[in-house]
Design a binder for this molecule. Structure first.
Ligand SMILES: [Zn+2]
Length: 105
């Protein structure tokens, strides 16, 4: 099942905790882990704490909507050119800064 279909289904069933979980995934999964998911590397599952309903197909589908770029880009926070990071509202944030932000909450 596609991640968007899954979200709609969860909404219909009133499973808002699941929808919330999916929407919070970007903060739970590190960019390096995201990359491994996109590469269909299931060993990453050992490093992730996912609920049972979140199967590989779902997480894989989710990961493909959160592309990690393969080329180094300037980070909007530290200005370093980094390859690994995330897109946040159309801006690039490198892995290091992402970890810093993640530790804020
Ligand atoms: Zn940075």
């Amino acid at each position: 099942m596609d991640i968007d279909e899954a979200k709609i289904r969860f909404l219909r069933h009133g499973q808002l905790d699941r929808v919330k979980f999916i929407e919070g995934l970007t903060r739970k999964i590190l960019p390096t882990q995201l990359k491994r998911i996109q590469q269909n590397d299931k060993t990453v599952l050992k490093d992730l704490v996912l609920p049972k309903w979140m199967d590989w197909e779902l997480i894989y589908s989710w990961s493909n909507k959160h592309k990690v770029m393969d080329h180094a880009r300037p980070c909007i926070l530290c200005n370093n050119r980094e390859e690994v990071g995330i897109d946040y509202k159309g801006k690039f944030i490198c892995d290091n800064c992402f970890l810093r932000i993640k530790n804020w909450d």
